[in-house]
Design a protein around this ligand. Sequence first.
Ligand SMILES: [Ca+2]
Ligand SMILES: [Ca+2]
Ligand SMILES: [Ca+2]
Length: 254
Amino acid sequence: MRYFSRTKTALGIAAMCGALSMAAGTAHASLIQNGSFETGPTGGQSATGLYGLTYSELLDGSVGSDGNKGWDVYAGIDHWSSNQGTGIEVQTEGAIGFTPKDGDYYIELDSEDVTGSDANSNAYQTAISLAANTLYNLTYWFTWREDSSAADNQITVTLSDGGGAVETWDPNTQYDETGTIPDWQFISHAFSVDAAGDYTLAFAATPVGSGNEFGGFIDDVALNAVPLPAAAWFMLTALGGLIGTRWLKKGQAA
Ligand SMILES: [Ca+2]
Ligand SMILES: [Ca+2]
Ligand SMILES: [Ca+2]
């Protein structure tokens, strides 16, 4: 009878893991929209940048009012807004010859500003719906415009709710390359939140980096719940260890 009850327990765990795996199979979409910045202004957002180019004109060799070719600064693009600097500076390979990590577009967190004021800028996305006590992983690609340390290119990444920041990350500490426009580096931050709700994710140049139009590059942002099979496997291993320990103890007592 004891053997039978253990078998039932094992079957129950296996069934639970199967159900979790099936649930995970339907939940792969990133919670970040337009994370690769491939879609330009939409809806009420201005179709042209600060220097006159539309998103598609960044790819066709058009030249804007600042002599800009392959880049411009937008007040907002699909699912992204900005309230720091002059807006979201979007670049393509035609800007400085640097290849985007994904697709044709990436952003720079230090926007061109012909008026000469501080160009340190940000890009943020709102209405990111998160569940409580769920493990999430935020990933993106990051590099520096100039080989001149964090003092010039430093950025910060913040997750906020209505009451302010709930997570603040410093990707500069995970970044160790030098060189003239170093390669893209993959950055990830694992986290969970205490309360379910809508959150805002922001990438911003920090005041530590001088606002000199050269800053951090970002591309291919994604936010996903950590796949459930991994969590289920951990649970199975933990329970398996527990059952094994009990079995051993009973064996010793006999
Ligand atoms: Ca991209
Ligand atoms: Ca810039
Ligand atoms: Ca800068």
